[in-house]
Design a protein around this ligand. Structure first.
Ligand code: RNT
Ligand code: ZN
Length: 420
C-alpha cells in the first residue's frame, strides 16, 4: 500500500514539476502551518463547569445526539488524542474557558485562573502541543436578555469584564508555560432579535467594556488578543453588537488581531476578498474555518469554494505567515472524532491545493494581458494529480492515508465510544 502511494506521488511530482511547481516545497510550507484545533467539537460545546450548561440564548446551537460523547475530562482528552492522530501536521489546541479543570470545584467565570488550566498545560506538554484560548461569553446565567459586555446593566458588564481579564491572564500563563504566543479570542453573542432603537448605546458599552478588559499590559510574547465579528445569529437576527465594522475599527485602533469566521458573513459575501484589505491595516489575522449553511455558521468543514478561495488568497496575498488558521465547527449528528478529521483534513487539503497553484505563471499571463490563458491554466490545474501529493503529506506525517481514516474512526467507535 505504502509503496503504491509513493509511486503515484513520484509521478505526480514530475507532472507538477513540468508545470514549474515544486511539490516538495509545497509540502514543506504546509508542514509549517499549524491548525489551531478547537476543543469544542468533542462535546457539543458542553465544557466542564457542570453548571448552567446548554447554549440557550447564546446565539449558538448544536443539534444531534450521536452516541459516545465524552463524559469526563479523561474521555474528552482521549478523543482529542484520537482526533489529532488522524490529522497530519504539527497542530495546536484551542481551549474555551468553560473547559477548565474544575475537579476541585467551579468557582464561577469571574473567579477562574491559571490554576484551572494547569492540567491542560501538562497535557499539552506531554503531547508537544501549543495552546490558544477563548473567553466563554455564552451558556451562562449572567448572559442577561442576550447581553454580556454590551449589556445596559453595569453588574452584567462588570461580571463579564472580570471574566475577560481573567481569560487574558490565563492566556498569558499558557503562552509563558509553553513558550509560544497564545491567541486569546473574544466572541460575544450580544444582540437583538427584533427592531431596536439602541444600537449606538450597546456599541458604546461594548467598546468601553473591551477597553477595560484589554487595557492591562501582560508580559510581552505570551499572548495576543483577537476580536471576532458576526453579522447575525440565532436570536440576534436584527442586530449583533459586535459586527464586522465594529471590530474592524476596534482592532485597528487598539492594535489587536481580528478574527474572520468564514461562516459569519452574508452567504454571498466573500471572506477571501477581505484578506487583502484587512491585512493593509492589521498585522495578523485569525481565521475561523467553518462552513456556513443558510443561517448556521458551524457545519463541519467541507472542501468547498469559499474554503478554496480563502486559502488561495492567503497564498496570493503573501500573508500566509501572518495568518493563524483556527477551526470552528460543531455537529453532534455524526461521530465527533470523525468530524474533526474531516474538517481539519479538508482545511489542510485546501491550503495544499493553493500552495500547488501556478501562481507565477498566472501572474505572467495577467501582465501580458493573456486572460484566456490565465483562466485556462487555472482550470486545467483542477485535473492534476493533487490527491497523490495530499496522500504523501499524510504518509510523511504518519496519519491514515485516503479513506483509511474512515476505518480508523469506525474502529475507535467500536472499541471505545460505543462502550460509554
Ligand atoms: C460563534 C463564534 C465563536 C464560537 C466559539 C464556540 O458564532 O464563531 O467563535 O463558535 O467561540
Ligand atoms: Zn468563530
Amino acid at each position: 500500500m505504502k509503496k503504491d502511494i509513493s509511486n503515484l506521488y513520484l509521478q505526480a511530482r514530475e507532472i507538477y514539476a513540468s508545470q514549474g511547481i515544486d511539490t516538495e516545497e509545497a509540502l514543506k510550507t504546509l508542514a509549517g502551518v499549524p491548525l489551531s484545533i478547537h476543543c469544542w467539537q468533542a462535546d457539543d460545546v458542553g465544557g466542564f463547569e457542570q453548571a448552567d450548561s446548554g447554549l440557550g440564548g447564546s446565539g449558538l446551537a448544536v443539534t444531534g445526539n450521536y452516541p459516545g460523547k465524552p463524559r469526563t475530562m479523561a474521555e474528552f482528552r482521549q478523543d482529542l488524542e484520537k482526533a489529532f492522530s488522524l490529522i497530519p501536521g504539527h497542530n495546536r489546541l484551542s481551549l474555551h474557558a468553560s473547559y477548565g479543570d474544575f475537579t476541585n470545584g467551579f468557582p464561577g467565570r469571574d473567579r477562574i485562573g491559571p490554576e484551572h488550566f494547569e492540567s491542560w498545560v501538562a497535557w499539552a506538554r506531554e503531547h508537544d502541543l501549543k495552546l490558544d484560548f477563548n473567553a466563554t461569553f455564552f451558556s451562562h446565567f449572567m448572559v442577561k436578555n442576550g447581553y454580556t459586555l454590551a449589556s445596559r446593566d453595569k453588574t452584567v458588564r462588570d461580571y463579564w469584564i472580570e471574566h475577560g481579564r481573567r481569560c487574558r491572564e490565563i492566556s498569558s500563563y499558557m503562552g509563558r508555560e509553553l513558550d509560544d504566543i497564545c491567541i486569546h479570542n473574544i466572541w460575544i453573542p450580544d444582540g437583538e432579535k427584533d427592531i431596536t432603537p439602541s444600537r449606538m448605546e450597546h456599541r458604546e458599552y461594548l467598546r468601553d467594556s473591551l477597553d477595560q478588559i484589554l487595557d492591562h499590559p501582560l508580559p510581552s510574547g505570551t499572548m495576543r488578543d483577537s476580536v471576532e465579528s458576526k453579522l447575525f445569529g440565532i436570536g440576534t437576527e436584527t442586530f449583533v453588537v459586535g459586527s464586522h465594522e465594529f471590530y474592524l475599527g476596534y482592532a485597528i485602533t487598539k492594535n489587536t488581531m481580528l478574527t474572520l469566521d468564514i461562516g459569519h458573513f452574508h452567504p454571498t459575501e466573500s471572506v477571501a476578498d477581505k484578506i487583502s484589505s484587512v491585512f493593509l491595516y492589521i498585522d495578523e489575522l485569525l481565521f475561523h474555518v467553518t462552513r456556513g449553511v443558510r443561517w448556521d455558521s458551524d457545519h463541519v468543514v467541507s472542501w468547498n469554494d469559499p474554503l478554496t478561495d480563502l486559502m488561495q488568497e492567503l497564498v496570493w496575498s503573501g500573508r500566509l505567515p501572518k495568518a493563524h488558521i483556527g477551526l470552528d465547527f460543531f455537529d453532534a449528528t455524526l461521530n465527533r472524532v470523525g468530524a474533526y478529521a474531516i474538517g481539519a483534513r479538508n482545511t489542510l487539503k485546501a491550503l495544499l491545493w493553493a500552495l500547488l497553484l501556478p501562481t507565477n505563471k498566472l501572474r505572467e499571463y495577467e501582465r501580458e494581458g493573456k486572460y484566456f490563458e490565465r483562466l485556462a491554466l487555472y482550470e486545467e490545474f483542477k485535473n492534476l494529480p493533487f490527491g497523490a501529493v495530499w496522500d504523501r503529506f499524510c504518509e510523511i506525517n504518519e496519519v491514515p492515508v485516503g479513506t483509511n481514516y474512515i476505518d480508523e474512526v469506525e474502529k475507535y467507535e467500536k472499541d471505545v465510544l460505543s462502550k460509554r
